[in-house]
Design a protein around this ligand. Sequence first.
Ligand code: BES
Ligand code: MN
Ligand code: ZN
Length: 503
Amino acid sequence: MVQIKVEKAKIDQKQTTLLVIGVFEGENDFSQSKELDPAVFASIKETLENKEFRGTFGSSVLVYTLGKGPMKKIMLLGLGKREKFVDESARICAGKAAHKAKELGVKEFSMLQFSSIDEGLIEAMTEGAALALYSFDRYKAPDTGKGPPSKVEEITILINSDSPKFQSIAERTSLVVEAVNFGRDIGNMPPNDCSPAQLAGIASSLAQDYGMKSRIIDRYELENMGMGGIVAVGKGSNNPPKLIILEYNGAPSDQKPYLLVGKAVTFDTGGISIKPGEKMDEMKFDKCGGCTVLAVMRAAASLKLAVNIVAIVPSAENMPSSTSYRPGDIVKMYNGKTVEVLNTDAEGRMILADALAYGIATYSPKAVIDLATLTGAAIIALGSNVAALVSTNKQLTDRLRKHSDKTGEKMWELPLYEEFHEQIKSTFADIRNIGGRPGGAITAAAFLSNFVNGVPWTHVDIAGTAWTQDGTFERSYNPKGATGFGVRTLVRLLAEDEKPQQP
Ligand code: BES
Ligand code: MN
Ligand code: ZN
């Protein structure tokens, strides 16, 4: 991945191929660049005064220095109106700068701090640039090597502070971004190369590389253990289901762990209740909840967070075949409850329910968060840019919301009123696996709440946000495909837990 450094340097000192200078809209006094060579300064002044460039958000213009200064060229980058500028703007602008630099074929560039320095700014600039440069090209023919080198290898953020903490923030943030990009890599894998067994293999090597415990539970063991939900969903496919468990122990063993559960349906055809063909390819992203959970584990281990975390990723391929589970089937779940299957396309909740019940019974966690591309209804409710939260615990949800505001990974809560349970009552079993169209994202969560046994729990439906799709906002730092949504927010939440909590 690109290396990001932070350096204290004046703009007339840094030897660099490209210097990016952020300019706020309507602010063309440009006092900060008085140190530049007079000819370069005059050229920039002219550009600004001629209104060729007004600093509108995301716009840019290149100025050549013709050997007059330590930088080969300067890019003025529009930051938009100063009063609207927040960390998310810095993330987007840094991503734009990185894209431009890549287009220009530079290996190295520098960015002047966009606004007054603080930790949030350095984090956002680092994230924006490093997330934007992600690409998934392992299935493409390699470059001919004849064109200019198109990989940006090094970025320097030039700041006006001596404090060493900003360098360490850039380093920490880079580790988180590496984890996000790891999550994106698995999310983007095609379903023919990412069966549940292959995903389990990736998780095991991750555990080995980062000194975590891992355990993979196979189909027949799942059956013996009574995990009817995972077995039912997996049995229509020749690629058997797996339950992936990773443990990261960064705190003493008497501290209760967080439990993270992530849906990893490696391909969701809908099963016997088969989906229409249009965009079915996108159902390779139905594993993204699990990918986010694995990525969070990688980040926690590389940051050496002082918390204990258990990750459980139930993985299955939902296929129609003569061995598939069917509408009408009644399945006994790990916690003994029975589920009447009325739609085999509501498979995510079937596998999550077993994972939640098993994880809670086995590890007595202090809190549980699950992430899943669970319902189209979450997209109907909140669109493709906001994840839906449904919870049994206000404090946990408030914490997620607070961190989500910082990371730009938008999340909003839907209510789990008692009455929603009516919609999943079954004639022949304890509950049924669909609750009808009204409030579909909530009834899916109501279903899951049958398996959390009173432990503080928040469910995050990432159906709209896990990959770029219809209605996704343009974000420089989110290239097409899997976004790694949720990793940065969860890492912040877990890192916060290292510090003592307010009572
Ligand atoms: N993986 C899908 C949900 C989904 C659909 C995510 C589209 C992202 C985009 C899930 O397994 C599913 O099929 N859910 C059904 C539930 C229904 C049958 C109650 C849905 O949302 O239609
Ligand atoms: Mn489905
Ligand atoms: Zn699904």
